[in-house]
Design a protein around this ligand. Structure first.
Ligand code: AHG
Ligand code: MN
Ligand code: MN
Length: 336
């Protein structure tokens, strides 16, 4: 059981031995993310003060408006990981294609690839509501010494060696897993140090919160409509409470602490849902499962899906185990 009051730096060093292949490289990688997160945090906190609000004018690969802070966060993470020569490749929500990093002496001999949503919930920036960063880490599958290929990125989620999120909220936190439970660290901004504030986080088995954009209700599959009606029915602990921030990181973070389910289903407009498998759903699924929760596409485990493309989308049902299982029974019942 990890102790409280420890800094993230101390925690990383002490737990280095837990990694399957403990060469120190993964520790250095998490250290770099910690550093980039501080830089992004500083910028996010200034958002209301400087003229940095509004769309940057670019459209990202998903055809969405790109906010200036998306660009900033994307560059901050890529620069930090590239300059420190720690990873052999990066895939980002904000980049059409993956980035190849040659590493020391142009040798392509770094072991890990990172997939990242640099700024999640970006439509919330202009209104001073929490946003986040999501990251996923794999060992490359192609031989060391050669440039990375798409195969290194298209791995199913159960192959992840680490995943985490940063939440830029009322306080800034890093929450991550390396497959040995989930730990949360809160930034003390006065000294720029993260402290272990949430050791061994556990998703409550069940809860009373459901988080879904009900504005899309008419477009939802029948199973989701039925589940929502069940959540709203008066019986026992129900009706449940509806909470939806519109920032995946914040919605999942709250539900992990209080108990709840997050759903972003497929809709008539978006037949595969909206969220991205590789850098939103897989890392969240890994964290949530490590905390005792569950993540599925309504029928099967998110982390067992074999990805076909870098930016593919997937319906997402994620949260307290019993709640996700209940939603799945409604999906199954409405299937035919
Ligand atoms: P991003 O800002 O990285 O594009 O992600 C936004 C995502 C996710 O954070 C959130 O849960 C969801 O989009 C909200 O979508 P709706 O506005 O359609 O509910
Ligand atoms: Mn996102
Ligand atoms: Mn994003």
């Amino acid at each position: 059981m990890p102790q409280k009051n420890k800094t993230l730096g101390e925690f990383i060093i002490e737990n280095q031995g837990e990694f399957k292949y403990s060469s120190g490289e993964l520790s250095r990688l998490i250290n770099s993310i910690r550093l980039a997160a501080k830089v992004v945090n500083h910028e996010v906190n200034k958002a209301g003060l400087v003229d940095i609000l509004g769309a940057a004018g670019d459209i990202n690969v998903q055809g969405e408006d790109q906010q200036k802070l998306d660009v900033f966060a994307n560059e901050a993470f890529i620069k930090t990981l590239t300059n420190r020569e720690i990873v052999c490749g990066i895939a980002s929500e904000e980049e059409d294609d993956f980035i190849t990093i040659k590493g020391r002496n142009e040798k392509n001999d770094n072991k890990y690839v990172v997939l990242i949503d640099p700024l999640d919930g970006s439509s919330n920036i202009d209104v001073n509501v929490s946003v986040g960063t999501i990251f996923s880490i794999y060992r490359r599958v192609t031989p060391s010494g050669t440039p990375v290929t798409i195969q290194d990125f298209l791995q199913p989620g159960h192959q992840q060696v680490a995943a985490g999120y940063i939440i830029y909220g009322t306080s800034t936190m890093i929450v991550y897993t390396t497959g040995h439970g989930v730990n949360g660290f809160t930034l003390n901004p006065a000294i720029g140090t993260y402290y272990l504030s949430h050791p061994n986080m556990k998703f409550p088995e069940t809860g009373k919160i459901y988080s879904v954009n009900e504005g899309n209700y008419v477009h939802f599959p029948q199973g989701v409509k039925d589940y929502i009606k069940w959540c709203q029915a008066e019986e026992g602990e129900r009706p449940y409470t509806s909470r939806y921030i519109g920032s995946l990181v914040s919605d999942i973070h709250r539900n992990m602490i209080k108990g709840g389910i997050y759903i972003y289903p497929n809709t008539a407009k978006d037949p595969d849902g909206k969220l991205r498998l590789l850098y939103e759903c897989n890392p969240m699924a890994y964290i949530v499962e490590q905390a005792g929760g569950k993540a599925s596409n309504g029928f099967e485990r998110i982390m067992d899906i074999q990805p076909a493309t870098l930016h593919e989308r997937v319906p997402f049902f994620c949260g307290s185990k019993q709640m996700v299982e209940k939603a799945e029974t409604f999906m199954e019942a409405a299937k035919s």
